[in-house]
Design a protein around this ligand. Structure first.
Ligand SMILES: Nc1nc2c(ncn2[C@@H]2O[C@H](COP(=O)(O)OP(=O)(O)OP(=O)(O)O)[C@@H](O)[C@H]2O)c(=O)[nH]1
Ligand SMILES: [Mg+2]
Length: 549
């Protein structure tokens, strides 16, 4: 019966399907041969079914894989981009954020030491002979520029008789600053780029050459540079870094003079490398006893030098003549990392562990682009994979932004509106607010970004409020403000209108809705609320079109 059927098929197919005919069993197949053939066929089927299963699984996995949202944080340097990223981390990956808290200790120490150095620089008796505009180390100083370009009180002012006394007592901080920078930027054998003059573009980098682009010399994918961070550095530190690495002197040491005016920056990788030394666990084992010990038991830990200088720092900061001199020079340390000055005993304590707020305030300038990924579950269980890119905002960093424009879904643009009386560190001829407005115009008018959701954070509102309360008048810096009231509500409304008008005029997509928030991104509670509303806007607005929800 079977033989007849096979013959029938054989004859039929022989004419119509040569392939089927070729794989049919031979006509004179013996029972043993048939058994072997059927066994082989069954094996082959098992393998084939297994492959089908795998393909099906992959297809399902692909369907199940999380949709992605790419968010770009943009804005000038010190606008609060990295702080916003930290808030996202705190909200969505709190365990990782807390685990890293201890590593920020070094940055906080460095910020504090730097504030002390800036105070001493400001108190130096013949400081008035130096033009404030040349001071690149005044990274976040808020110096109000009078009509002749110099603070009026810089010429005459309170003398601080104890200056020399403070200078001598605080001299160990110079070495400490150098050490902290060295520890933070200690090179790793495995890293492709190391700190030091062996870098071919080192010279142009330290000289602030606009054409310097880290991505051209570091590992680079899709035109996207490797992330680096940069920490403030003063010249003698740089020259000792050069010495250590066997390179030539770029700047000669000046014997640790506090009045060194040539603040420079040096870049180090953000790839967790800088966190390594200060992470709990690295130094927590005693080399002799093998017992677990706190860093405070390690005599080499920088906390000891800092702790020893604490009484002098406190005395300096509490000296009414010092405060008066800072007021006269209109040096607003609270606008930079000066906030640690109010917490000297806590921060210099041997067992100090940074709080969330301390980490949010820690200032570490970004160079290149830092990426942070996390998942946010949505209504359907799949959730959405968020990628947040934090870029360097200084002028010579902005060329690194463009490669990220292609696949971005949303932009959070930060404009620090308290900066209306400040100038750019990288170009002291440019008012910070003017730069923000210009940058904003470039972003909103960009055709590549025409269909990207844009959220605007008018940031540093807390500092704006304090500044206006202190009597600083907006119309002295923006003539167009005229004689409108100088209070927070009127000023913030004015800025909101100004930024919105630019968007309205220059956007290539007239349908695009602009979302504006008045923010103080160091404030965790308020920022959490804003972030969750921003998330909804991004998901519902932009991503609906992409069928991600
Ligand atoms: N008081 C106050 N401080 C803020 C606010 N936003 C940021 N800061 C502080 O300002 C400093 C600069 O903030 P960052 O987040 O590092 O600025 P950035 O935009 O990342 O700067 P770059 O990396 O140079 O581009 C940090 O010390 C922050 O803690 C704010 O709304 N209020
Ligand atoms: Mg940053």
């Amino acid at each position: 019966m079977r033989k007849t059927k096979l013959n029938h098929i054989r004859q039929g197919r022989r004419l119509s399907d040569p392939l089927a005919a070729a794989i049919l069993p031979p006509e004179d197949e013996s029972p043993v041969e048939r058994e072997m053939r059927e066994k082989a066929e069954s094996e082959a089927k098992k393998i084939s079914d297994h492959i089908d299963d795998m393909l099906r699984q992959e297809r399902n996995d692909r369907k199940k894989s999380k949709p992605e949202v790419n968010v770009l944080l943009l804005g000038q340097s010190e606008s609060g981009k990295s702080t916003t990223l930290k808030q996202f981390q705190l909200l969505h990956t709190p365990a990782a954020f807390h685990a890293e808290r201890i590593a920020w200790r070094a940055v906080i120490y460095l910020n504090l030491v730097r504030s002390i150095r800036r105070i001493l620089e400001a108190l130096a008796p013949d400081v008035d002979t130096i033009d404030d505009h040349d001071d690149e180390s005044m990274e976040t100083a808020s110096i109000i520029i009078s009509s002749n370009g110099r603070p009026p009180s810089a010429i005459l002012g309170t003398r601080v008789p104890k200056y020399e006394h403070y200078r001598q007592r605080l001299e160990p901080l110079i070495d400490l600053e150098e050490r902290l920078i060295r520890l933070l930027s200690s090179s790793d054998e495995d890293e492709p780029t190391q700190l030091g003059p062996t870098h071919p573009d080192w010279q142009s980098f330290v000289s602030g050459n606009e054409n310097y682009f880290p991505g051209q010399t570091l590992a680079n994918t899709n035109g996207r540079p490797s992330p680096t961070i940069s920490i403030p550095l003063k010249s003698q530190t740089l020259s000792s870094a050069a010495n250590r690495n066997g390179g030539s002197h770029l700047l000669s040491p000046n014997g640790g003079n506090f009045r060194n005016r040539e603040g420079r920056e040096v870049s180090v990788h953000t790839s967790n490398n800088w966190k390594k030394y200060f992470q709990l666990g690295n130094k927590s084992k005693s080399p002799t006893s093998g017992e677990i010990a706190g860093w405070w038991e390690d005599p080499d830990d920088p906390v000891h030098a800092l702790n020893a200088s604490a009484p002098a720092m406190l005395e300096l900061w509490r000296d009414p003549q010092v405060r008066q001199r800072l007021r006269e020079k209109r040096l607003r340390l609270e606008e930079s990392s000066g906030f640690y000055l109010d917490e000297i005993p806590r921060i210099t304590a041997k067992m100090y562990i940074p709080t969330d707020a301390d980490v949010l305030k820690a200032r570490l300038k970004t160079m290149g682009v830092v990426e942070h990924t996390f998942s946010i579950p949505s209504g359907s269980n799949r959730g959405v994979e968020w990628r947040i890119y934090d870029v360097g905002g200084a002028r010579n960093q902005r060329q690194a932004w463009a490669p990220y424009f292609e696949d971005v879904n949303a932009i959070i643009f930060l404009a620090p509106i308290s900066a209306f009386d400040q100038v750019l560190t990288e170009d002291p001829r440019v008012n910070r607010l003017e730069d923000s407005l210009l940058l904003w115009k470039l972003v909103v008018s960009n055709k590549l970004l025409a269909h990207v959701n844009i959220v605007l954070f008018l940031n540093k509102c807390d500092l704006l409020q304090a500044k206006l309360d202190a009597g600083v008048r907006l119309n002295q810096h923006m003539i167009s403000y005229g004689d409108r009231p100088n209070d927070y509500d009127s000023v913030s409304k004015y800025f909101r209108t100004k930024f919105s008008a630019l968007h309205h005029t220059y956007t290539p997509n007239k349908e695009r809705e602009l979302y504006v928030h008045l923010t103080a991104v160091t404030d965790t509670r308020k920022t959490a609320v804003i972030i969750s509303s921003v998330r909804d806007i991004i998901i519902k607005g932009n991503l609906r079109n992409m069928r991600l929800v």
